[in-house]
Ligand binder design. Sequence first.
Ligand SMILES: Nc1ncnc2c1ncn2[C@@H]1O[C@H](COP(=O)(O)OP(=O)(O)OP(=O)(O)O)[C@@H](O)[C@H]1O
Ligand SMILES: [Mg+2]
Length: 360
Amino acid sequence: MTTPPRLEIRNLTRHFDGRAVVDDVSLSIQPGQVTCLLGPSGCGKSTTLRMIAGVEMQDSGQIWVDGTLVCDTVFRVPAERRRIGLMFQDFALFPHLTVADNVAFGLTGSAAENRARVETMLDRVNLRRFIDAWPHELSGGEQQRVALARALAPDPRIMLMDEPFSGLDNRLRDEIRDTTLAILKETGTAVLLVTHEPEEAMRMADDIALMRQGRIVQQGAPYNIYNAPRDKEAVAFFSDINVIHGTVRNALTDTPFGQFLAPGQPDGARVEIVIRPQHLKIDFDRNGQGPLPTPQDGTPARGIVTRARFMGSESLVEFRMDHDGSMIKATVPNVFLPKPGKPLWLTIRRDRCFVFPVTH
Ligand SMILES: Nc1ncnc2c1ncn2[C@@H]1O[C@H](COP(=O)(O)OP(=O)(O)OP(=O)(O)O)[C@@H](O)[C@H]1O
Ligand SMILES: [Mg+2]
């Protein structure tokens, strides 16, 4: 017999004012796995989390934990008995309770048992020395780690995290993300993490569920979502994009960058060729000529540099293209800062571009 998922939601739907804010959402998470719900503001991420937590009721659909029904539209285990931990950005510590009392908040054992549990949890997050401190005596990152200890103290089977790291500065955030992830993996907790940030999703998730207008539009491992996005918006979620327009003839699209395959697209169909800035190649201009066309990179097209900026590990160069005046962005590793006005040639790596039909 296979073990059931730690968390499984089936066909969850929730309407507000006649609009489906969460629309037929299904997903499952195994113990120790992290799934990220990634999507734009208002797409229904927090509402999904609130239904799983039990503080919001779905209109239809079911929630299962370890193969046991926790909630459908008839039966409902109350929020406090679901063994679900919550960590939200604004889920601050109680200012009038010490660190120890904050961490003990959800515990139901004897005073001695609770104290022992609090000590264990604070050891886990390396904050035992602050056990009798007050929240205002801790830095933001330390408070966040106490909040994590508090959420984990009752030994939840599932952790729901809604942008839990967004209040922290970059360096601290990376460190706390890694600590959090290590503890959650170790305890076999299934995690559903909400974030706006693709880097955070890539860094933390085993699985990413892209959500848009209440629906999960694509789900998979970060590598797969990044490299096999289902549409232009899915590409754009992870990076800047360049879009080149074309019309299909004989399953090919002619562009100033040469021909692109458009398999399965009928003659006359409009397509968009989507390319990330790091997948354009830049070549120097030799008396008005660029590099020779190749099957891998197609035909070069010339552009004039409008702006070049150093970004730390890479440089971002913006071009106005000769053929139609459109703007294209390219990034190159290290320092490459050509002057505005300089002509350069761009080619598009055929194995790194995506061709999508225009549907609207
Ligand atoms: N109680 C409510 N009553 C009416 N509308 C609501 C309610 N809760 C949420 N909504 C609406 O549902 C939609 C989804 O909200 P939700 O909070 O789930 O979005 P989100 O994906 O978490 O967005 P964000 O990234 O901005 O936090 C929004 O348009 C919101 O206005
Ligand atoms: Mg939200």
